[in-house]
Design a protein around this ligand. Structure first.
Ligand code: HEC
Length: 407
C-alpha cells in the first residue's frame, strides 16, 4: 500500500473515484443486460407460443371441416395448410417454425435431435411445452415446442389404415407408422426456433447506447468532482505547504496567504496567517531584546558568557573572547566547563540547581581559574545567575579579572 500512500491526493481521489464509478458502471451494465436478456427471452417465448397456438388452431379447424377436399387438392391437408400459414406468418421475422413428428409422413417433418428428445418427453406427458436456449453448430438458438394431441377428427387420416381416405392410403401404405394414433396421443409438435444472435441484436444496440450514456455521465462526474476537489482542497493545501517550505528556508515570517473561503481550508489558512503574525512579533521582540542585551553586555567591563545547562556557550561579549582567546564565531558553541580549571564543579552545581531549583552556586560569586586556549590561566571572580527563556534554563557567568583590577 506504500505506493498508494505516496500518491498525490489528486491521483488518490481520481483513482478511488474511477474505481468506484467503474465498478458501479459494470454492475449497472450487468443488471441492465440481465434484465434485458430476461425480457427478450420472455418476448421470444410469448411470440413462439402465439405462433404455435395459431398453427395448432389452424390445423384443428381444418381437420374438423375438411371432408373429401384433400382428395383432389393436397394443399387442403390440415398439415399442409398449417405449414403454409406458418410460413406466411413468419416471413419477415427471424422466427423459424416447423411441425414435427416422431412418426412423420413427410421427411421434411423429421425431428432433429433436440426435437426428438422433447417429443419423447411430450409423449410421456412429462412436459406440456418446452423452451430453452441450446447450442447448435457453435450458435446459440432459442427453441420452443408445443405438442399436438390427436383429436377425433385427426384419426380420420391418422387412425386405422382401413378408415383413412384413399389418397392417404395410396400415399402411405398399410403398416406405415403414421397410422394407429389413439385419441389424446401426442401426434407431433410445433417447433419454433430463433438464433440468439438475432434476439441479442435488439438488446445489443440498446445496451450499447445505454452504456455510452452511462459512461459519459460517469466520466463527467469524475471530471467535475476532480476539478472541484482540486480547486477547493488540493490547490490551497499545496500553496500552504509551498509557503511553509519557503518560510522555513528564508526564515522570513512576513508571508500571508489570501483567505478565500470560510470552510475548514479557509480556517487552516487563517490559522497559518495568525501563526505567522505571532512568529513575526515574537522574533521581532526577541531580536530587540537580544540586541539590547548584547549592547548591555558589550558595555560591561567584565567578561560575560551565557551558556546552556550542558555548558554550550550561546552569547558572549568581547571581554570574554579576549579572556579565552577565541573569536566570537569560534567561541559560540564551545563548552564553558572546559575553560575552567574547576569546570567539573560548575557542571555539578548547574545540575544541582536544575534538580532542586536553587543552590549550586547560582546567585553567588566564587573564585575561578580560567585557562585560555594557549594554556594561560587567569584568576577571576565568577558571579553566576540563572534565567528561564522559552522553557529552557540559561546561565550567565560574569567573570571579573581580579588581577587586572588590582592596580
Ligand atoms: C385429411 C387427412 C388428415 C387429417 C384430418 C389430419 N391429418 Fe395430419 N397429416 C395428413 C397428411 C397427408 C400429412 C402429411 C403432410 C405432408 O405431406 O406434409 C399429415 C401430417 C401431419 C403431421 C406432420 C408429421 C408428418 O407426419 O409429416 C402432423 C404433426 C399431423 N399431421 C398431425 C395431425 C393432427 C394433430 C390432426 C388433427 C388435428 C391431423 N393431423 C389431421 C393427413 C391428415
Amino acid at each position: 500500500m506504500s505506493w498508494f500512500a505516496n500518491l498525490k491526493i489528486g491521483y488518490k481521489f481520481n483513482l478511488i473515484m474511477s474505481l468506484l464509478l467503474v465498478s458501479l458502471f459494470i454492475f449497472a451494465a450487468l443488471l441492465t443486460y440481465r434484465g434485458q436478456q430476461a425480457f427478450i427471452l420472455k418476448v421470444a417465448v410469448d411470440n413462439a407460443r402465439n405462433f404455435a397456438k395459431q398453427i395448432i388452431e389452424t390445423r384443428d379447424y381444418m381437420s374438423s371441416v375438411v371432408r373429401g377436399e384433400p382428395e383432389n387438392n393436397y394443399g387442403l391437408v390440415p398439415q399442409v395448410v398449417a405449414t403454409q400459414v406458418a410460413k406466411r406468418m413468419t416471413t419477415g421475422s427471424k422466427y423459424y417454425v416447423r411441425q414435427v413428428s416422431l412418426r412423420y409422413r413427410n421427411p421434411d417433418n423429421r425431428p432433429d435431435d433436440y426435437e426428438a428428445e422433447q417429443l419423447k418427453a411430450f409423449a410421456e406427458r412429462t412436459a406440456r411445452e418446452s423452451s430453452r436456449v441450446i447450442k447448435a453448430k457453435g450458435r446459440e438458438v432459442f427453441r420452443y415446442m408445443l405438442p399436438m394431441v390427436a383429436e377425433k377428427s385427426c384419426l380420420e387420416c391418422h387412425g386405422e389404415y382401413d378408415k383413412a381416405p384413399l389418397f392417404v392410403r395410396e400415399l402411405f401404405p398399410r403398416g406405415h407408422y403414421s397410422y394407429n394414433y389413439r385419441l389424446g396421443e401426442v401426434i407431433g409438435a410445433v417447433s419454433v426456433s430463433i438464433p440468439m444472435d438475432d434476439l441479442y441484436r435488439e438488446i445489443g444496440t440498446s445496451l450499447k447506447r445505454d452504456l455510452a450514456y452511462r459512461g459519459t455521465i460517469f466520466l463527467l462526474i469524475i471530471l467535475v468532482m476532480g476539478a472541484l476537489i482540486r480547486r477547493t482542497i488540493i490547490d490551497p493545501v499545496k500553496l500552504l505547504s509551498e509557503t511553509i517550505t519557503r518560510v522555513t528556508k528564508t526564515g522570513s515570517f512576513a508571508e500571508r496567504l489570501p483567505m478565500r473561503t470560510n470552510d475548514e481550508i479557509g480556517q487552516l489558512i487563517g490559522a497559518f496567517n495568525e501563526m505567522m503574525e505571532e512568529l513575526e512579533r515574537k522574533t521581532l521582540q526577541s531580536r530587540e531584546s537580544e540586541g539590547r542585551y548584547r549592547k548591555f553586555i558589550e558595555m560591561a567591563r567584565s567578561a560575560v558568557v551565557t551558556f546552556m545547562e550542558d555548558g554550550k556557550i550561546v552569547i558572549s561579549n568581547q571581554r570574554a573572547e579576549e579572556l579565552i582567546g577565541l573569536s566570537r564565531q569560534a567561541l559560540l558553541g564551545e563548552n564553558i566547563f572546559t575553560f575552567l580549571e574547576n569546570g567539573e564543579a560548575l557542571k555539578n552545581g548547574v545540575a544541582a540547581y536544575l534538580r532542586e531549583g536553587k543552590g549550586g552556586g547560582v546567585g553567588e560569586t566564587s573564585p575561578q581559574r580560567v585557562r585560555n586556549i594557549h594554556g594561560q590561566v587567569t584568576e577571576v571572580e565568577m558571579a553566576l545567575s540563572a534565567s528561564m527563556t522559552d522553557q529552557k534554563p540559561l546561565f550567565t557567568a560574569i567573570l571579573r579579572d581580579i588581577a587586572a583590577e588590582k592596580p
